[in-house]
Structure formats: C-alpha cells, structure tokens
Design a protein. Structure first.
Length: 301
C-alpha cells in the first residue's frame, strides 16, 4: 500500500565538499534532523541543486535519500529533465530504490507546445508506477503551466496518480483557481520557503515543501495553523517571511546561499559550498540581517 503524501515534506539541500561532490555525513545529519522535527518525508527538487549535479550524482542523491530515510517517511525524488528519456531514467531508478513518488518540472531549455508537454508528463505517468507531482517552478526556472493542462492531467490519470506543486505567480490566487477548476480534487503543495504558507494553508493545500534551513520554524508554523492558533501563527511567520524575502532578491542562488549559510550556522553542514558557477554570494551586511532575523525566529518558537 502506498504511503500518504501530505504534510511537511522538506526539500533537502545537497551538502557539498570542496570538490563539489556530495558530503554524505552532512546529508545524513540533515535527514536525521528533519525526522527528529517530525516531518512526513523528504524531497529532492530545485534547492537540492539537481539541475547542477551530474547525471550520476542525481542518481546517488536519490539513493542516499532513500537509504538514509530508512522508512521514516515518504521519499520524493526529482526527475525533471531536458528530455523524456532522461526523465524516465531518473523515474525508473527512483522506482527501483523504493521511493514513494516522483516530482518533475518540464524541460527548461525549450518553450514546449502543450502537445509536447503532454507527451512528456503522460509518459512519466504511464511508464512509472509512482505518483507524479507536477511542478511548475517558473518562479525560478522554466515557463508557466496552465490550469487547463493541470486539469487535463488530473482527468486522465486521477488524483492518486497526479499531484501538483504550482509556483507560478501569483501563487495564492493560482492555487485557488486550480482547486476550484478541479472541484477540490487536486492535491496541491506549496513551496517558496514558507513565505506564502499561511495564505496557501487557508486555500486548502495538502502539504508544504519548504527548504530545510528554517524547518523548525516551518514545523512550528504548520502546527499553529492546524491548531488555529493565530497568535503563534503570526509570531513564527513574520521572521520566516523576512528571511525568505532576503533569499528572494537573488532568485535560486539567493535561496541557496542563505540556506546553506544557515545550515552551517546550525552545525548540520560543515561547508556552504555550492555548485559553481553561481550568480550571487552572501555579503556581510545581508549576513548580519539574516543573523538578526534568525535570532527572532528562534525566540518565536
């Protein structure tokens, strides 16, 4: 019986050594910390730097996620690629390792017509037995996927097979449009580091896929939302928003730089090493502001 995909499902950051190979010890600490906090599972996705890893490293990351999770929660692997053949290779590998679901963005190098996009996603749905989370990461990379396209996938394959992580702006209103267009059948997850989690929760999401750097805050926020505790919700939410706003100013590399800085600060990672090249580095003044906001978040919990 397949595991239920819901709740807090953090996207793992890939810890790297100086030579940019995966730091397995830090990855184990990261995964253990996630489960100690009570998450429902772990994911690979954009802030895992999957688009910058080699083919072999992506396979290794999925294997390590599965092995290190050791049955403590669902494991969702990232399989999006520039060709259907590549994506299917990642998907079949995930299946062999016992992952619980796959998540895919469309190819990012080519503006595909919907017919080609349909062939890509339907091939993944038909040729891999795992549930497929369709991710629109257009706030970072690629192009927006239409609600009509989402609905067509859902009608064809059903809500147990097709789930959604729509990140095209404006995210909140788009979540509601998808919810209403599918008469509530769509199982939807938010991301964006938690900056829109309160709004998304009120729109009926099934779960959230934040980064790991602020995960204790996200867990506290999720529980406050579930309990209807408005005071705790906003006490925790405001410093999360402020930190994520600093990340947003530099796109994906802004997230990666600050997230890895905080994971080193927490003692989970030993290095802030990212895949090179990248477009932005954390300057001293931004770092000082992150430190101030991080302290406020710790005080809110």
């Amino acid at each position: 019986m397949s595991k239920l995909i819901q709740g807090v499902l953090p996207v793992l950051h890939t810890p790297l050594q100086a030579d940019e190979t995966i730091d397995r010890e830090s990855l184990q600490r990261e995964i253990d910390w996630c489960y100690e906090l009570g998450v429902d599972g772990v994911c690979g996705a954009m802030v895992s730097e999957v688009l910058r890893l080699t083919f072999e490293e992506r396979l290794e990351l999925t294997r390590l996620m599965s092995e290190m999770s050791d049955g403590r929660g669902v494991v969702i692997s990232s399989v999006g690629a520039e060709s259907t053949r590549q994506a299917l290779a990642f998907a079949h590998h995930s299946e062999e390792l016992g992952c619980d679901a796959i998540m895919a963005i469309p190819p990012v190098m080519t503006a595909l017509p919907e017919s080609a996009l349909w062939d890509y996603f339907s091939s993944l749905a038909e040729q891999c037995h795992l549930p497929l989370i369709v991710q629109d990461a257009s706030s970072y990379v690629g192009r927006e996927i239409s609600v009509d396209f989402y609905r067509k996938l859902l009608d064809q394959f059903g809500p147990e097979k097709i789930l959604f992580k729509p990140e095209a702006a404006p995210i909140g209103p788009n979540l509601s449009v998808l919810r209403d267009a599918t008469e509530g059948r769509a199982r939807i997850f938010d991301g964006s580091g938690g900056v829109l989690l309160v709004d998304a929760f009120r729109r009926g999401i099934s779960g959230t896929m934040p980064g790991v750097d602020l995960l204790d805050g996200i867990m506290g926020l999720w529980r406050a939302l579930q309990a209807g505790d408005e005071a705790a919700t906003y006490r925790i939410y405001f410093p999360i928003c402020a930190i994520v706003n600093l990340q947003l100013q530099a796109g994906l590399d802004g997230f990666l730089a600050i997230e890895k800085y905080l994971l080193v600060k927490r003692g989970i990672f030993t290095s802030e090493q990212r895949c090179t090249p990248h477009s932005w580095d954390l300057d001293d003044e931004t770092k000082a502001e992150v430190d101030r906001l991080f302290e406020l978040l710790m005080q809110s919990l």
